[in-house]
Design a protein around this ligand. Structure first.
Ligand code: 9MR
Ligand code: 9MR
Length: 634
């Protein structure tokens, strides 16, 4: 793959003609509800648009036409996020399992829905399949995918890359480096083929946290052999196997001792001006990312990707992501694989030391061919990494660093993400979660404080949800790129609050977040491929590109769309919608709409966490079904 061939990729922004009505889904219904259905004893809610000022009678009828529940709506009124005037319906009192129910209200009838013991049992597995199918470096085997057309040859089978050299988009001249790293493997980030340490970090952490929770709950959903991956049968939990596939890659992104690098000097140069570079001893730091020299077009199969792959300069944020997940790895694999655990611990310590030496090396986003993932605030990454290193080692030095941090025992709002959700640039809550759930030498009072902070955040999410006509546990009218992923991160905090308190309202809040994803939204869409009557079908993805060329596969089930975005409407489709859509309707099921409808590891990972929280048992667990509401008990 020469740089010369990469020049052809400048056509990246010109896509093949996209069929105007790409989505093959049925028309919208007036009654919006979770299209997958409801748990027997779980909350059951729907939203219907109506300007009626008084409550409206509703009823649920079964397939025989018998009324099985009735009541009146709650008038919600004007709902700014959807741009509608709505009523809410709570039919939680209906607890009889069945199929083909319909909810009738104000001359409107919902599509048929079911009530079942475990409607979401499969979701965690579909959501996990996303990761195997986006592996770089190995063929995706027909043996492990749900349809033959999803199989593909290995992409970037031997990925040996050197550092970007040349002049970037803001005029900074980068010298390159005198080494190459073999960075084969890991997952592609999203619809593009970039691999970004910052986003890999939060995604791995979330999956490993889900694996630990599953193991401590003793329900076995991710035991060896439960996932359809090549490693099934190796004696290790499959969720850990999948996470390790990314950890192995992240470890490869660490710079060898003795290497130097030229990096930005940490001062913020005015936009458009070249950065000032200084030379540093870079051993132990992590390269921020590896990606194509310039954007490739869609579709592009990973195995045919034409562009040269390059390492981009190291950053403090990437180095701390590596420190955090490598420390988590050292702890979690200690018994399963002591040698791997030791490798992880060495990498984590080296990364921590390197980040302390160079605490203000920020990634520049002025490169073509990949996402930026720039983050100018790394106090939260320092805190997260210190928490993981402390949990792994119990050493006093890391505890001192934790206590000195502005984020010490801080909840999700600590870390300054705009919405108060954990996110790739806002990782403080991840550290607090680890301190709250992992047995460590922490003073129990401090551990309790960490839990309290998470519970406080979860309570605030529930309060916000009451101000939404569609019930999602998030307030306001500003939705960012990847808002569905943010919603799943909130649902994870709600799930933890349920673990800590046992309060049913927190679990109900998780269901309300899933309700939104799976159909209770003003578009009457499910944002998860393969789930619900009107699923997302046209993601921004270079291989699952069926909507632009039928020769390419449609997505497998279980991929989560980025979701409504009315704040960063940068792609061609979003641009034409800007100013014309109510906040929660600023979305399109269109491959071209990467700001609205991309799929990504950091959005699917919390979907896995949440789906496993709601239903932690394997599919064939009869006891879980008989229990009525799988996963309700801790
Ligand atoms: O395909 C790219 C997607 O994965 C990114 O999220 C997005 C934003 O960084 O960029 C996409 O690539 C587009 C590029 O930014 C501009 N030209 C069109 C590219 C393909 O849609
Ligand atoms: O998820 C990222 C979002 O928070 C940013 O606003 C956006 C623009 O910088 O980039 C998103 O991440 C994309 C990344 O840059 C490239 N791969 C696809 C990611 C998801 O769209």
């Amino acid at each position: 793959m020469s740089p010369r061939r990469a020049a052809f990729a400048v056509v990246a922004c010109v896509l093949a003609a996209v069929p105007s009505a790409a989505a093959q889904v049925s028309g919208p219904a007036a009654v919006r509800m979770n299209q997958t259905g409801f748990e027997i004893s779980g909350p059951k809610a729907a939203t219907v648009a109506s300007a009626a000022a008084a409550p409206l009678p509703w009823r649920v009828v079964d397939t025989a036409g018998t009324t099985v529940a009735r009541g009146v709506t709650t008038v919600f009124g004007a709902d700014a996020a959807s741009g509608e005037t709505v009523h809410q319906i709570d039919f939680s009192t209906l607890t009889r399992a069945g199929e083909g129910y319909r909810l009738e209200v104000a001359n409107q009838t919902s599509r048929p829905f079911g009530i079942a013991a475990r409607p979401f049992a499969r979701l965690k597995y579909d959501a996990m399949a996303y990761f195997y199918q986006n592996r770089a470096g190995v063929p995706i085997s027909a043996d492990h995918v749900s349809r033959p057309d999803l199989a593909r040859p290995a992409g970037h089978a031997r990925e040996v890359a050197t550092c970007f050299s040349g002049v970037d988009q803001r005029g900074t001249a980068w010298p390159g480096c005198d080494y190459s790293l073999d960075v084969t493997g890991g997952w592609y980030d999203a619809g593009d083929h970039g691999k970004y340490v910052v986003n890999g970090g939060i995604s791995v952490w979330t999956l490993v946290n889900a694996a630990e929770r599953a193991r401590s709950a003793g329900r076995g959903a991710f035991d060896d052999g439960r996932l359809d991956i090549p490693e099934a049968g190796n004696g290790v939990d499959d969720l850990l196997d999948e996470a390790r596939y990314e950890i192995d890659f992240l470890l490869r992104m660490q710079i060898p001792d003795g290497a130097t690098a030229r990096v930005p000097d940490g001062r913020l140069a005015p936009a458009g001006e070249p950065l000032r570079l200084i030379e540093i001893d870079a051993g132990g730091m992590a390269h921020h990312k590896v990606h194509d020299r310039s954007w490739t077009s869609l579709p592009t199969a990973p195995a045919d990707a034409p562009a040269e792959r390059l390492l981009y300069p190291p950053s403090t944020a990437a180095t701390l992501n590596l420190a955090a997940v490598a420390a988590q790895c050292a702890r979690v694999w200690r018994e399963a694989d002591p040698a791997f655990s030791a490798t992880c611990l060495t990498a984590a310590r080296r990364a921590w030391a390197a980040a302390r030496r160079h605490p203000a090396v920020f990634a520049s986003s002025a490169f073509d061919g990949g996402g930026g993932y720039g983050d100018g605030q790394v106090a939260d990454e320092f805190y997260w990494a210190a928490a993981e290193l402390f949990a792994a080692t119990g050493e006093a030095g890391y505890l001192e660093a934790l206590k000195a941090s502005p984020h010490w025992l801080g909840g999700p709002r600590s870390g300054a993400s705009a919405t108060g959700d954990p996110a790739w640039p806002a990782t403080a809550a991840l550290g607090t979660i680890t301190l709250a759930v992992v047995p460590t030498a922490l003073d129990p009072a401090d551990r309790d404080m960490a839990r309290r902070r998470l519970v406080e955040a979860a309570r605030a999410y529930l309060v916000e949800g009451r101000a939404q006509g569609y019930g999602l546990p998030r307030g306001g009218t500003r939705f960012e790129w990847g808002s569905n992923g943010a919603l799943m991160n909130r649902a994870m905090i709600l799930g933890l609050a349920h673990d800590f308190t046992g309060e049913a309202a927190f679990r109900d809040g998780v269901i309300h977040a899933l309700d939104f994803l799976l159909g209770r939204n003003p578009l009457d869409r499910s944002f998860v491929s393969g789930w619900g009557a009107r699923p997302m079908v046209n993601p921004h993805h270079r291989f699952w590109a069926h909507s632009v060329d039928p020769a390419w596969p449609a997505p497998p089930a279980g991929a989560l769309s980025g979701g409504p975005n009315n704040t960063a409407m940068t792609d061609d489709v979003a641009r034409t919608m800007a100013g014309h859509c109510a906040p929660l309707t600023c979305w399109a099921d269109d491959l071209r709409a990467y700001a609205l409808n991309e799929v990504a590891i950091n959005w699917n990972a919390p979907l896995v966490w949440v789906a496993a929280f709601i239903d932690p048992a394997p599919l064939d667990d009869q006891a879980a079904g008989a229990a009525g509401s799988a996963g309700r008990a801790q």
